[in-house]
Design a binder for this molecule. Structure first.
Ligand SMILES: Nc1nc2c(c(=O)[nH]1)N[C@H]1C(S)=C(S)[C@@H](COP(=O)(O)OP(=O)(O)OC[C@H]3O[C@@H](n4cnc5c(=O)[nH]c(N)nc54)[C@H](O)[C@@H]3O)O[C@H]1N2
Ligand SMILES: Nc1nc2c(c(=O)[nH]1)N[C@H]1C(S)=C(S)[C@@H](COP(=O)(O)OP(=O)(O)OC[C@H]3O[C@@H](n4cnc5c(=O)[nH]c(N)nc54)[C@H](O)[C@@H]3O)O[C@H]1N2
Ligand code: SF4
Ligand SMILES: [Mo]
Length: 759
């Protein structure tokens, strides 16, 4: 219960928080002097920080939020999105019923009963799989779903539909980091809890706009800085965190491998290395050392656009530090050589020996709410629960046994999310179920994606707001908001936390896992998909993950509640001869004696010999570099008040007011050359599409680069321009570099400044 003073009565300010337009005019039901029936401790539905907060609930309505000061990660702090998230519930755009496509209705859809919608989906699946084979029906899933749901989605695809083709939106997000971490450490998780940031002498932030995208992490970095840490930021833009750093390296987009190789070259030359660690705990250093010899400061400066002096200073600070923390995010990962970038960052961590100790850390910053848990339990195209591999016979046998099927029953690995679109376009995939994914906005070169969706025989989307993607669906099913269900998610540190249910889904809307089970039942293939509760799913997931790298077998809901989360791997008490798990699991990886199901030797890393791997990381230019025709680099990303495809945050008035429209960030020198002034309508063209937006002329970006945030659809979508080139290992798209030309628009576009939340 709130012990704060009562809120003032409904007033203009309160109404204003819903924003100006009807689309944002959520029913006014603010906490205006109303005492809630209950407050529910849970977590934010948006990013991977997974801030703890409390929802205030009265009569199945969320009135607002209260801080949850005791939750240790964010200690009550929230960013603007977390504060306003509750305005989604009861929003007039909320899908309350199932819909089917109809040419007779002006909206293009007509309502149908939930039961009829489910049987339409089942009939379509049956027909497509009978006529075209099981793999002709594909599934796209999402990492904003709870871990229980992601586990269920993998089981639904692999055991019920028996299709090879399931993949998820983390393909656009975490896969370069995941592949790099697995190659170097054998495990894919932040190596340290965030409290280790506070102990670091040097904090290196590469390709991460932490102040806008991982806001709570800013607090950790600033607290470290207050204790004397030096902060180094690598980004083509002077982001808010960069404005407060000690050393800024304004790298040219797509050149991070060269930069890290240059730093390593200086570390070797000056002997800023941990020889003991390298000898005892790693393999591959010699070959790497030879390969980076060519990365002299001069050459590194030429390729990266960062001054030699800055490179030398970064290497010296990093090289000489006693403790340090390196973190990176999509800025180095969204590339056709994203895995190489990640590996080159890991190389300088391993060479320093500063990992697996207090104050010595490394992490990739997880993006989506469950970007971590959502990539562990079988909704990736090559994966089974527990981080197991679909291609590995032992792994198949283990999971098949848990599921009570023969291993041959499991399909072989399928294709990635973008390849699913290519196969749809080619007519090989005929049907698609998409849940928690808005590919029409979020995939690169999205004119192609739209064309692919139009070729499908049948498409069903499960969402709570009609997304740009759901508009292409034959059937739309009303799923659940995060606050309408319970479960677990794994946040940025590898900490598994509890999502608690605050309200019931309205009208015909159903919890997502029930919808999936209803489809299975209607297909007559419900075996293994008859769970009665979310906890029952979790209990099975514990068994299915046991012995895998992502081992959750020792995690229980009660333990999570008791300890403000449990860090995986956490093995079951019940395993023969296993050590008792520490109640909080494994907050810091790679410590001597910490649980490791893979290493047979004495080393702490997740390979049989227990040793980490150095990897060779040759530099490659981006797939589409600039040329005379397209002379400017486009890079894309985020702003603080909008989230991902924007299907949620473009409906929250105060967030829209904060940043209503995408703008093109452009340096004054480039703007002057193009005769563009701040606020001018500006056309950005690539080989794939063009987009006219207002210019935001500012000094915080490299003059050879423009930046557009991608949270909008239709004609405002940055992904009309981006390239579908992918990393060969991780298959992540190259969102961070393509070539464009820029000019002042002849006239304002017809959509002008109008707010278009639902185009
Ligand atoms: N407000 C908000 N927060 C979010 C999200 C959101 O949509 N909105 N999304 C969440 C998700 S899913 C994710 S993945 C994370 C993403 O979090 P971030 O990765 O921090 O965000 P981005 O804006 O995608 O890119 C980060 C930075 O990379 C820089 N960059 C571009 N090209 C390069 C390059 O070649 N090298 C380097 N070193 N840097 C480069 C950009 O200038 C940008 O500042 O944020 C999460 N948090
Ligand atoms: N140009 C460019 N493009 C990018 C990026 C970039 O930096 N630049 N970043 C990429 C990254 S890192 C990411 S993560 C992707 C994200 O791309 P998407 O995953 O497509 O974006 P979301 O907005 O999360 O889409 C999720 C959809 O599911 C719905 N949804 C959310 N939660 C739930 C739920 O619990 N149940 C159900 N049923 N539905 C739910 C939302 O309403 C929304 O329509 O975008 C990528 N696209
Ligand atoms: S969006 Fe991320 S940082 Fe902001 S409140 Fe939610 S979880 Fe915390
Ligand atoms: Mo992401």
């Amino acid at each position: 219960m709130s012990n704060r003073a009562k809120q003032p009565p409904l007033d203009r300010a309160t109404i204003a928080q819903f924003g100006p337009s009807r689309a944002y005019a959520a029913e006014i039901r603010v906490d205006a002097g109303v005492e809630p029936d209950k407050t529910v401790k849970t977590h934010c539905c948006f990013c991977g920080q997974q801030c703890g907060l409390q929802l205030k609930v009265k009569d199945n309505t969320i009135l607002g939020i209260e801080p949850w000061y005791e939750f240790p990660f964010n200690r009550g702090m929230l960013c603007p999105k977390g504060v306003k998230r509750y305005l989604q519930q009861g929003h007039p755009d909320r899908l309350l019923h199932a819909y089917e496509k109809s040419s007779e209705s002006a909206s293009g859809f007509r309502e149908l009963s939930y039961e009829r919608a489910i049987s339409r989906v089942a009939e379509a699946i049956e027909r497509i799989q009978t006529e075209h084979g099981r793999d002709a029906f594909a599934v796209l899933s999402g990492a904003s779903l709870t871990t229980e749901k992601t586990y269920l989605m993998g089981k639904f695809a692999h055991m019920c539909l028996r299709t090879a083709n399931i993949d998820y939106n983390g393909r656009l997000c975490m896969v370069s980091a995941a592949a790099g971490n697995k190659k170097a450490f054998g495990i894919d998780r932040a190596a340290n809890p965030w409290t280790d940031i506070l102990e670091a002498e040097v904090v290196l932030v590469a390709g991460a706009n932490v102040a806008e995208c991982a806001p709570i992490t800013t607090d950790y970095i600033w607290r470290a800085r207050d204790r004397g840490a030096k902060v180094i930021v690598v980004d083509p833009r002077l982001t808010p965190i960069a404005r407060t750093c000690d050393l800024f390296l304004p790298v040219k987009p797509g050149r991070d491998t060269a930069l890290f190789s240059g730093i390593l070259q200086l570390m070797i030359k000056n002997d800023w290395l941990d020889h003991d660690f390298i000898a005892k705990k790693t393999v591959g250093f010699e070959a790497l050392a030879r390969s980076v010899e060519e990365w002299t400061p001069r050459r590194t400066a030429e390729v990266t656009g960062v001054s030699e002096a800055a490179i030398r200073r970064a290497a010296e600070w990093w090289g000489k530090a006693e403790t340090s923390f390196l973190m990176h995010a999509r800025g180095i990962e969204h590339h056709s050589h994203g895995v190489m970038n990640v590996l080159s960052a890991i190389n300088i961590v391993l060479a320093s020996g500063r990992i697996g100790r207090p104050g010595c850390g490394y992490a990739t910053i997880t993006g989506q709410a469950n970007g971590q848990g959502g990539r562990e339990h079988g909704q990736k195209c090559d994966q089974l629960p527990g981080g197991r591999d679909l291609a590995n016979p032992e792994h198949r046998a283990y999971v098949a046994e848990v599921w009570g099927i023969e291993p041959e029953h499991l399909p072989q690995p399928g294709v990635d999310a973008y390849e699913i679109m290519r196969k749809a376009h080619a007519g090989e995939i005929r049907g698609l179920l998409s849940i928690c994914f808005n590919p029409v906005v979020s995939l690169p070169d999205n004119n192609f994606v739209r064309a692919a969706l139009q070729k499908l025989d049948f498409f069903v989307a499960i969402d709570f707001f009609l997304s740009e993607t759901a508009r292409y669906a034959d059937v739309v099913l009303p799923g659940s908001l995060q606050e309408e269900d319970e479960g677990t998610v794994t946040q940025v540190e590898g900490r598994i936390v509890r999502i608690n249910k605050a309200v019931e889904p309205p009208a015909d809307a159903r919890q997502d896992w029930r919808i999936i089970q209803d489809i299975a039942k209607s297909l007559g293939r419900e075996r293994g998909l008859t769970f009665d509760s979310v906890e029952e799913i979790f209990e099975e997931l514990r068994v299915a993950s046991r012995g895998g790298v992502s081992d959750y077998s020792g995690v229980t809901y009660a333990r999570i509640e008791e300890h403000f989360g449990v860090f995986w791997p956490c093995r079951s008490d019940a395993l023969d001869g296993a050590p008792q798990p520490t109640p909080r699991g494994t907050p810091r990886l790679f410590e001597p004696g910490s649980y490791n199901p893979v290493a047979k030797g004495s080393g702490p890393f997740y390979f049989e010999d227990g040793k980490a791997r150095f990897n060779l990381t040759p530099h490659h230019d981006p797939k589409e570099d600039t040329d005379e025709e397209y002379p400017i680099i486009l890079t894309t990303g985020r702003v603080v008040s909008q989230f991902l495809s924007g299907n949620q945050t473009r409906r929250i008035g105060p967030l829209v007011d904060h940043y209503p429209e995408p703008k093109v960030e452009i340096h004054p020198r480039l703007a002057a050359r193009l005769d563009i002034v701040d606020g001018d309508w500006t056309t950005v063209e690539s080989r794939r599409g063009s987009c006219t937006l207002r210019a935001s002329v500012l000094r915080t970006i490299r003059p050879d680069t423009v930046f557009i945030p991608y949270h909008w659809g239709g004609r405002k979508s940055a992904n009309q321009l981006t390239i579908s080139a992918q990393d060969p290992i991780s298959k992540i798209p190259e969102y961070k570099v393509c070539a464009v030309r820029v000019h002042k628009a002849e006239a304002a576009p017809e959509y002008s400044d109008k707010l278009e939340p639902q185009q």
